[in-house]
Design a protein around this ligand. Structure first.
Ligand SMILES: [Zn+2]
Length: 113
C-alpha cells in the first residue's frame, strides 16, 4: 500500500493517484494534493512581531511583559520559549515555559530567537 491520504469526503483508505489527481473509488471524489497543501499552508502562517514566519519547534523571545492568565505571575520580556507549537486561535502559540508550565501565547508578542 502507498501512503496516500484518506479520501477527504468519505475517509476511505482505498485512494489512488491518477496523474496529478487523487481519486476515491468508493465515493468518486477527486482532489489534488497541491491544492490541499496550499490551503494548509495559508491557514497556518503565523508571524512574529517582526513579520518573520514561525514554525513548530522554533525558539522565540517574549518582547513585552505578559500577565499570565489566572495567576499573579508575569512572563518577563526576554523570556526564552523553546520548542513552540503553532495552533489555531487567538493565542496561536502553544508552549511550555520553565517555571510556568504549559501556556498559550500570541505570536504578536514574540520574536524569533
Ligand atoms: Zn471517498
Amino acid at each position: 500500500m502507498s501512503n496516500l491520504p484518506n479520501c477527504p469526503a468519505c475517509n476511505s483508505e482505498y485512494t489512488y493517484e491518477d496523474g496529478r489527481f487523487l481519486m476515491c473509488p468508493e465515493c468518486g471524489h477527486e482532489w489534488t494534493l497541491e491544492g490541499e497543501a496550499a490551503m494548509t499552508e495559508e491557514a497556518q502562517v503565523v508571524k512574529d512581531a517582526n513579520g518573520n514566519v514561525l514554525q513548530d519547534g522554533d525558539t522565540v523571545l517574549v518582547i513585552k511583559d505578559l500577565k499570565v492568565k489566572g495567576s499573579s505571575s508575569v512572563l518577563k520580556m526576554g523570556t526564552k520559549v523553546k520548542n513552540i507549537r503553532l495552533v489555531d486561535g487567538d493565542h496561536d502559540i502553544d508552549c511550555k515555559i520553565d517555571g510556568f508550565g504549559a501556556m498559550k501565547l500570541k505570536s504578536e508578542f514574540v520574536k524569533k530567537a
